[in-house]
Design a protein around this ligand. Sequence first.
Ligand code: PAZ
Length: 403
Amino acid sequence: MTDPLVGEMSPAEAESVYFNEYPPPKALPKHEALARAFINLHVEENRRVVLVTSGGTTVPLEAQTVRFIDNFSAGTRGATSAELFLEQGYAVIFLHRQYSLLPYSRHYSHSTNCFLDFMDEAPPSSESSSSGSDNGPIMVRDEYQDQMRSVLRKYRYAKQNNRLLLLPFTTVSEYMFELRSLAQLMRPLGANALFYLAAAVSDFFIPRSRMAEHKIQSSELPAHLQNTNDATVDSDEIYTGENEEEPSNRKKLVVNLDPVPKFLHRLVDGWAPEGSMVVSFKLETDPSLLVYKARTALQRYSHHLVIGNLLSTRKWEVVFITPDAPYERWLRVPKSRRSKSISGVEDQVGLAEAKKGNTAPAEQVERDGVLDGSHDGIEIESLIIPELIKLHDKMVEKKGQSA
Ligand code: PAZ
């Protein structure tokens, strides 16, 4: 499909049209300064750096945004993967949707895993009692001590050794600006740079030129108050329901979205360091489309790996689509090892889909084998990251030989 915003332009021209439409995010200069210092430190120490993108972007409906279109992603994939990269010695730039899950704190911030449930009040000490206070110290409950200590130590290590940089975004245009800047700043890393693009980035947006400035009104205003900026609600969309009692001046909202230009091409061919590895994710809901779409993306953008996943089964199976053999490889958490913490709505969707048979073909598992995890309740990222690092190792090695 031809992109109405960019028509038949080259990817470089499309880039300049898109980025000229929007002012850069206010936080960009600050984020760039933090990223520059972080990257320089790790270039000096010859450490690999991975840019992990995580969470969903929003698409604002108004410039002074009251309403926006959002995305389901909680940031689990990104936050979990970031922890595993850190464990493998990578430094991590974590470009994430503001308030989505973060590495380490994710273990205690989900609504089903509220940190308060891990705490208790210890009895007051003899000193505090003798001073008349009945306040004892707040403690982690005995049964959670080991798990929390382990998470805390890893978190402290990452922080104290400057291994983790957290940078938030909210809208799709903020994400694009941040991604472009970070990729360009990462150039001195060369083959030591890895891009792990797990964020769920909107495919559609409202161009700035067509966006209402103020809150979109749901009913007709008197003529003298009508907003000339109200570009998205047409006057012929006045609501007239069958129901006589329905107020006749209510409007339908017809939202007209343009496709977001595909910048993966520019990332691979222009922004990212020479020799770096680029991994993108492809999410689908229809199992029959997943492999086709993932392969098409790999061919179109000529990067190194597309990781395909289905909404309903993403917590326990993914497919690696590569330009070289084996071309298609499924990684699965065996049924008996699936995490019990997979909960709530996602779990219900997953179960329903699995019952309908909407998972990847079973014969695929026989053919490719199932990668084994360590113990009960393993997260699929603990299968993804080691496999990915093997591929990155190969690329770095190859680059070293050709240098
Ligand atoms: O954040 P989460 O763990 O709930 O979901 C992860 C995911 C499905 C967003 C990610 O694995 C993914 O597929 N990201 C790319 C989505 C896309 O096709 O744009």
